[in-house]
Design a binder for this molecule. Structure first.
Ligand code: BTN
Length: 250
């Protein structure tokens, strides 16, 4: 599924390179952009993604005739970095929606799916899915949050090995997203830190509390409600989730 590979030593942002090629009509579904360093790496919510040497920075162009469900590419990317970590012998989980964290809760990788000028009625629907993985060293803390790397968590693989493994895993998860979205959602739920726990979900201005018991492409997150008048299952689309956190002790 992955096609041409564009490799850079240093680049502003691999997501930005993909968008620049798309704007020039020079990129297609499956094109990959990989860098050893980024000078203007982007994270979610407008944050910077610090991208020194020792990390893996990779973006793939995804263009489909069918509009992907909310969060589909983010889940595929999260599962690919999770597969990478597990394959390297590192215990890891996905912290909703886009962080790969170690057993101790330190962030090792992040996922950023972006689109520009998306029109639901105008296929193809084009996204750039960016993955940032701390493979070797790590600063220990970024913006007050503990940060780690695969190597610090015991992986023995080097950057080339990590890149090859990630490309393989990403190809598999993108294919699964397109052919078996139910299985992909189930797999994502299976490795998510907050799954099967009491959670607080920010939906617009409201906070919904319940036990998170499932995740499906059509209906979204299933929350088991108890008490305060509301019982049974409540379904919430990932598109409406502003934040999700576990509210029980882990
Ligand atoms: C996050 O905030 O957790 C998401 C980080 C995503 C970083 C990756 S690195 C490759 C791609 N290019 C970017 O500028 N960002 C993404």
């Amino acid at each position: 599924m992955l096609r041409r590979l564009h490799r850079f030593d240093a680049v502003d942002s691999t997501n930005e390179r993909a968008f620049a090629d798309l704007a020039a009509g020079a990129a297609e579904h499956g094109d990959v952009y990989v860098a050893r360093r980024q000078t203007r790496g982007r994270g979610t919510r407008g944050r910077a993604w610090v991208s020194p040497e020792g990390g893996l920075y990779l973006s793939v162009v995804l263009a489909t005739e069918v509009l992907p469900g909310p969060g589909l590419w983010t889940m595929a990317g999260g599962l690919a970095v999770h597969d990478l970590a597990r394959g390297a012998g590192v215990r890891a989980a996905l912290d909703w929606p886009n962080d790969l964290v170690s057993a101790g809760g330190a962030k090792m990788a992040g996922v950023l799916a972006e689109s520009r000028d998306l029109r639901p009625d105008r296929p193809p629907h084009v996204f750039v899915l960016g993955l940032g993985v701390n493979v070797m060293g790590s600063p220990g803390e970024v913006q007050g949050r503990p940060v780690s790397s695969l190597a610090q968590e015991g992986a023995t693989l080097d950057l080339d090995g990590a890149e090859a493994a990630l490309l393989l895993r990403l190809g598999e998860r993108v294919t699964q997203a397109m052919e078996d979205p139910v299985g992909l959602h189930r797999a994502f739920f299976g490795v998510c830190l907050q799954a099967e726990r009491e959670v607080e979900v920010e939906v617009g201005e409201h906070v919904v509390r319940g036990r998170w018991v499932g995740l499906e492409p059509r209906r979204g997150l299933a929350l088991e409600m108890a008490g305060e008048g509301a019982t049974g299952l409540r379904w919430i689309s990932p598109a409406h989730v502003r934040a999700l956190r576990a509210s029980d002790a882990s």
